[in-house]
Ligand binder design. Structure first.
Ligand code: AMP
Length: 213
C-alpha cells in the first residue's frame, strides 16, 4: 500500500509519516530529507541544492527524480511507502506515475492535511529538532516536553529554511504550484481530506481509519 501525504509546509506531514513508520512499518520517502542529505555532502550539486532550499525554491525535477529512483530501487517491491513532500508540481505527479509504473507500484491513497497560513507560520517559526534523538518539537507549544528531554533541549536546532521570508515563499509556492496537483491526483485516486489543526493523535486516528478502509 502506497500513500501520498499532501499538504503545505508545516502541515505535519513529517510527524504523521513517522507515525506510519512506527505503527505499520511504512518506508518514508521525504524528498526534503533526501535533498538535505545530499546538501550535507557539500558536493557541487549539494551546494546548489542548499542555495535553493535556503530560499524556499524548488530543486529541479531531474535531481529530485534521480534521488527518488535511487531510493525506490533499494526497497523490496512489497514495502509500503509513504511519500512526504512529493509530488510538489503537476510535472512531478506525472513523473511519479511513470516511475511507480516502472517499479510495478501505484498510489493507493492521497491524504491531504489542511492547515491555514497563520497556523503554519507559528508552527514553522517554532520548529526545532533534536540533533541527537531526531525528535521534532515546537519551542512555543512544547515547552513542557522540551524541559523533560534527557538532554534538556541542549541539542535542539532550527532548520535554516525555517525563517519568516522563506516560510512565506514556501507557502506561496505551495498555493501556486503544489495545491493544483490535488486536482490532477483526484482524477486517478480518491483524495482524503483531514483537518491538520487537530491534535497529533487525532490526526493519526483519522489516517488509521482511512488506511483501514
Ligand atoms: P520539506 O522538508 O518538504 O519542507 O522541503 C524542504 C525544501 O526542500 C523545500 O522548500 C524545497 O526547497 C526542497 N524540496 C523538497 N521536496 C522537493 C520536491 N519534491 N521538489 C523540489 N524541491 C523540493
Amino acid at each position: 500500500m502506497n500513500i501520498i501525504l499532501f499538504g503545505p509546509p508545516g502541515a505535519g506531514k513529517g510527524t504523521q509519516a513517522q507515525k506510519l513508520v512506527e505503527n505499520h512499518n511504512y518506508y518514508q520517502i521525504s524528498t526534503g530529507d533526501l535533498l538535505r542529505n545530499e546538501a550535507n555532502k557539500k558536493s557541487n550539486i549539494g551546494v546548489e541544492i542548499e542555495k535553493l532550499i535556503s530560499k524556499g525554491e524548488f530543486v529541479s525535477d531531474e535531481i529530485v527524480n534521480d534521488l527518488l529512483k535511487q531510493t525506490l530501487s533499494k526497497l523490496n517491491s512489497h514495502d509500503p511507502i509513504i511519500f512526504d513532500g512529493y509530488p510538489r508540481s503537476i510535472s512531478q505527479a506525472s513523473n511519479l506515475e511513470q516511475i511507480l509504473n516502472n517499479f510495478r507500484r501505484k498510489i493507493d491513497f492521497v491524504i491531504s492535511l489542511n492547515v491555514s497560513r497563520d497556523i503554519i507560520q507559528k508552527r514553522i517559526m517554532g520548529r526545532v529538532t533534536c540533533e541527537k534523538c531526531n525528535i521534532t518539537l515546537n519551542e512555543y507549544f512544547d515547552q513542557e516536553r522540551i524541559k523533560k528531554l534527557s538532554c534538556s533541549g541542549k541539542h535542539l536546532v532550527k532548520r535554516k529554511d525555517d525563517n519568516l521570508e522563506t516560510i512565506l515563499n514556501r507557502y506561496d509556492k505551495y498555493i501556486e504550484t503544489t495545491k493544483p496537483v490535488l486536482d490532477f491526483l483526484s482524477k486517478k485516486t480518491t483524495i482524503h481530506e483531514v483537518d491538520g489543526t487537530l491534535k497529533i493523535e487525532e490526526i493519526t486516528d483519522k489516517i488509521e481509519h482511512i488506511i483501514k478502509g
